[in-house]
Design a protein around this ligand. Structure first.
Ligand SMILES: *[C@@H]1O[C@H](CO)[C@@H](O)[C@H](O)[C@H]1NC(C)=O
Ligand SMILES: *[C@@H]1O[C@H](CO)[C@@H](O)[C@H](O)[C@H]1NC(C)=O
Ligand SMILES: *[C@@H]1O[C@H](CO)[C@@H](O)[C@H](O)[C@H]1NC(C)=O
Length: 216
């Protein structure tokens, strides 16, 4: 299965990894599965928010130029991931959280505004204030892993084929791991200690590879 992830593009600040099978470069992608933070959040954070304490993105001018309503994106219009979907001729990807009956056909978006590559508890343990979402990259990946058997059984197509036909977007993720300690005035030395952890954090392709290897 390792060949499934034989090519990926790694862009720093922070990692955006596009995982694609080598044969699929010339092949049509049928759906997009994505993980990350606000740069790719298509509505998850808003749907996870307490209705009595809605975040800024629930209000104008968010959403005003394209969707004409706050869409849960941290933008007045579309995000890069929306343009990727449009370019590939795919529908806008539904957010996972708060959606029902998702299938590979629609694609799935797990990205959450404000989230981190390192786990919430780990960062809090490093003395960073806890006031940010705990849907870290590993939580997003584990959620996908958990629902994968359902996605597979509820589909008429072979699960491996469906995964193989999906463009997997990993990121942007990791920027907030630096933002929070910077905002809190942590020293450069303290923040530098996080760098190798963030790079290695669960954004490593190994975690993604595990998803493929552990396919039901
Ligand atoms: C989800 O699927 C179940 C079972 O097939 C169905 O009863 C339900 O109406 C569906 N919900 C939506 C929102 O499509
Ligand atoms: C990485 O992911 C594993 C498995 O989900 C988790 O147990 C671990 O705490 C994560 N590590 C960090 C540093 O976020
Ligand atoms: C994240 O926080 C919510 C609300 O506090 C809690 O219900 C949930 O169990 C937490 N999830 C994880 C993975 O820590």
């Amino acid at each position: 299965m390792a060949s499934l992830i034989s090519s990926f593009l790694f862009i720093l600040y922070s990692a955006t990894i596009i995982v694609a099978s080598s044969e699929s470069r010339c092949r049509r992608y049928e759906s997009i599965i994505s993980f990350g933070d606000s740069i790719a959040d298509l509505g998850n954070y808003l749907r996870l928010s307490d209705v009595n304490h809605l975040p800024q993105i629930a209000f104008y001018p968010y959403g005003e130029t394209f969707f004409h309503t706050p869409s849960g994106r941290a933008s007045d219009g579309r995000l890069i991931i929306d343009f990727i979907a449009e370019f590939l001729g795919l529908p806008f990807i539904p957010p996972y959280f708060g959606s029902q009956n998702l299938s590979f056909d629609q694609g799935i978006n797990f990205a959450v505004y404000g989230t981190t590559a390192l786990d919430h508890a780990f960062l809090v343990g490093k003395g960073i204030e806890s006031d940010f979402t705990n849907v870290s990259l590993s939580v997003q990946l584990n959620t996908f892993k958990q629902i994968l058997p359902n996605l597979c059984t509820s589909s008429s197509r072979d699960c491996r084929d469906m995964l193989g036909d999906s463009l997997i977007l990993m990121g942007e993720i990791g920027g907030n791991d630096y933002n929070y300690p910077f905002f809190e005035g942590k020293s450069i030395d303290e923040i530098k200690e996080l760098v190798p952890l963030i790079i290695k954090a669960n954004s490593s392709a190994i975690v993604v590879a595990n998803l493929f290897i552990s396919l039901p």
